[in-house]
Write a protein of this length. Structure first.
Length: 273
């Protein structure tokens, strides 16, 4: 509990008080640690893990140097954000919506190092960019979006503990149940209703659409959770690392965000065209 409170306080401080450059560096550091953990899931060894973390941070730096406006470091965000976002978010959408459901069903192993590297980049670069670009909508907006995923997890946990009988994916994550997933969805719907009065008119005026989008977002967050659970099971690991005492690793904290935030960012940028 103490670790969770400290982490949340640190995140809020970074989200609300860091400059655009400070936020970019913070998110890049988080992505680098997540890439280091990804190397552990892929059994790359200590040197391979460090190399992967450095590589991802280097790729993030290249993106920021080539497209500073698109990551909030200069004027002209609207003119450049969609161009960069489409390059990152469209492949992520194909990966999560089309490939991952089949992957989970067939439980493919990531034995090929090149494929493992490519998958890690498709996972982590889009969520890195989404965290940076969605902050342009305001820290409160990004926090509200992330709260959807957190509340879905909380609702699923309590509903699963009290009502869970039917396993959702027993060979991947035995603790998850259909009742828990439904409980997470209901929790998010209640959150959406409470939040609707503070949303832009395009969403607040179309409440059914908002609720459908929230349910879809909850389902996609479950895909992210299950995908990491599959990889940890295949690697024989309980957590992606032990860097966060009592809470595993960074990947364990952002698994659902990797699947949801890039898609939210894609929709958000599309509405700004």
């Amino acid at each position: 509990m103490i670790t969770a409170l400290v982490l949340f306080a640190a995140f809020l401080g970074a989200l609300f008080y860091l400059s655009p450059l400070g936020w970019l560096l913070f998110v890049t550091a988080v992505a680098g640690v997540a890439a280091w953990e990804w190397g552990a899931l892929m059994r790359l060894g200590a040197a391979g893990q460090i190399s992967l973390g450095v590589l991802l941070a280097f790729l993030c730096a290249i993106v920021a140097v080539l497209e500073p406006a698109a990551v909030g470091l200069g004027a002209g965000f609207d003119a450049t954000a969609w161009r960069l976002g489409a390059c990152f978010y469209l492949p992520a959408a194909v990966f999560w919506l089309l490939l991952v459901p089949i992957w989970l069903q067939r439980r493919w192993p990531l034995a090929n190092p090149v494929l493992a590297l490519a998958t890690g980049i498709v996972l982590l670069l889009p969520v890195w960019l989404a965290l940076i670009q969605l902050r342009q909508a305001g820290p409160q907006a990004l926090l509200a979006i992330m709260a959807v995923v957190w509340l879905a997890d909380i609702g699923a946990y309590f509903a699963g503990r009290s009502l869970g009988k039917h396993k959702l994916a027993p060979s991947i994550s035995p603790g998850k149940t259909w009742e828990g997933a439904i409980g997470g969805g209901v929790t998010v719907l209640v959150y959406g209703l409470l939040l609707s009065s503070r949303l832009p008119a395009t969403l607040a005026g179309n409440l059914p659409l908002l609720l459908v989008l929230l349910v879809l977002l909850t389902a996609i967050s479950i895909l992210g959770d299950l995908f990491e659970s599959l990889l940890k099971r295949q690697a024989g690991l309980k957590d992606s690392s032990r860097i966060l005492p009592g809470h595993g690793g960074v990947l364990d904290r952002i698994d659902s965000l990797t699947s949801t935030l890039p898609l939210v960012a894609l929709v958000w940028l599309a509405t700004r065209l």
